[in-house]
Design a protein around this ligand. Structure first.
Ligand code: NAP
Length: 373
């Protein structure tokens, strides 16, 4: 460790600032990869600019892989500088968390570990599912055991159950934060009005607000641009989108081979519209000499909020290809073409408000213009 007193004369010690100790007595970060880091929402938490989705860790769901391939994916993501890992208590019936519990090893504290609760964990038990305090407490303890850790960095409500009062959810999550079992909380698959209500309530009561929002967002599904993305921006909530490759349909493999197999085919996501959008993604990729998956992820990363995409990769080869998105920036022209190919109707009231010709607005230097439709 560097000597903090070096170069300081005996009479001058009282001139030292806390910063002197910080810069001279902490080890250097020595980050060797090209990965950059972002602050997640209204927090000091530093996460890699891509998160690794661990939903395919474990073969139980029929879309995942065994422990050896999961380990290769995990190691390659860490090697690339990734520190943000996302799982859930129900992924591969708990196997995803169990694998991660093994993979984390001595690296645990270097990782921002995120998991979720809500999905059903027992059959014929009405309390082993949903957002309730009972299911939250039981789920967090089971996740901690499987993950072999005593804290979770980011704990997600997996999806809104429409049954539990939002006060119960926010108070329960805040209790977990105060107990040190959870450091931050986030919310996934929930309408914008519920998240707004939850964070306003948390702020008024001094409880921990949601700092992260997990939503489905890709070139084949842009509906979150109507309410959820503007809300995240207004509340300074970090967005970690899933399904950024449309389950695989934006990798171009179904455009190139009408018989190609994969999850998107299995789940009925290969349709005329998706293939048309995939075609434009492929054309942009060919111009840039890169791959369609990289272009599709780059488009999400250039979206209208603080966005940290969840990279889904079943195999090491897929992960290596997808990580290449970090070197890619789409030009305005390429982005505009992809926007046009994937456009959606804004819906009410955005369509009506954007038609209002407001001459006066043009005279105002509005730093909140991103809110304007
Ligand atoms: N909050 C939620 O409700 C929610 C829901 C879903 C996922 N998630 C999270 O988001 C993460 C990613 O989601 P997702 O898996 O749905 O994302 P996705 O990126 O849309 O799809 C990933 C799938 O696409 C295929 N693929 C990926 N890269 C490829 C490549 N380079 N070439 C060819 N095929 C490729 C693979 O499936 P095949 O090889 O089978 O084609 C892979 O499993 C999950 O791991 C999970 O952490 C959250």
């Amino acid at each position: 460790m560097a000597d903090p007193w070096k170069g300081v004369s005996k009479g001058a010690w009282h001139l030292l600032t806390p910063w002197h100790f910080l810069v001279t007595s902490t080890p250097s970060l020595e980050l060797e990869s090209d990965m950059h880091y972002r602050l997640l929402g209204k927090s000091g938490l530093r996460v890699s600019e891509l998160a690794l989705g661990a939903m395919t860790f474990g073969p139980e769901s029929g879309i995942g892989v065994d422990k050896d391939e999961s380990r290769r994916v995990f190691d390659a993501f860490r090697e690339a500088g990734g520190n943000f890992i996302d799982t859930a208590n129900v992924y591969s019936a708990g196997t995803s968390e169990t694998y991660l519990g093994e993979f984390l090893g001595t690296d645990r504290d270097r990782i921002v570990l995120a998991t979720k609760y809500t999905g059903a964990t027992r059959r014929r038990d009405v309390n082993a599912v949903g957002n309730s305090r009972k299911n939250m407490m039981e789920s967090v303890h089971a996740s901690l055991r499987r993950l072999k850790t005593d804290y979770i960095d980011l704990y997600w409500v997996h999806a809104r159950d429409y049954l539990t009062p939002i006060e119960e959810v926010m108070r329960g999550l805040d209790d977990l934060v105060r107990q040190g079992k959870v450091l931050y909380v986030g919310v996934s698959d929930t309408p914008a009005w519920v998240v707004s209500q939850a964070n306003t309530l948390a702020e008024l009561r001094g409880w921990s607000p949601f700092i992260g929002l997990q939503i489905r967002y890709s070139l084949v599904d842009r509906t979150v641009e109507r309410e959820l993305l503007p809300m995240a921006r207004a509340f300074d909530i970090g967005v970690t989108p899933w399904g950024i490759l449309g389950g695989g349909v934006l990798t171009g493999k179904y455009n190139k081979d009408a018989e190609a197999e994969g999850r998107a085919r299995m789940r009925g996501q290969v349709n005329e519209r998706a293939l048309a959008i995939g075609g434009e993604v492929l054309r942009v990729a060919e111009e840039l000499g890169t791959t369609a998956s990289r272009v599709a992820i780059a488009w999400v990363r250039q979206g209208p909020a603080v966005i940290v995409p969840l990279v889904g990769a079943r195999t090491l080869a897929q992960l290596e290809e997808n990580l290449g998105c970090l070197e890619l920036t789409l030009s305005d022209e390429q982005k505009a073409r992809l926007d046009a190919a994937s456009a959606i109707e804004p819906g009410f009231p955005h369509d009506m408000l954007s038609r209002q010709s407001d001459e006066r607005r043009r005279l105002i230097d509005n730093h909140r213009s991103w809110m304007t439709p």
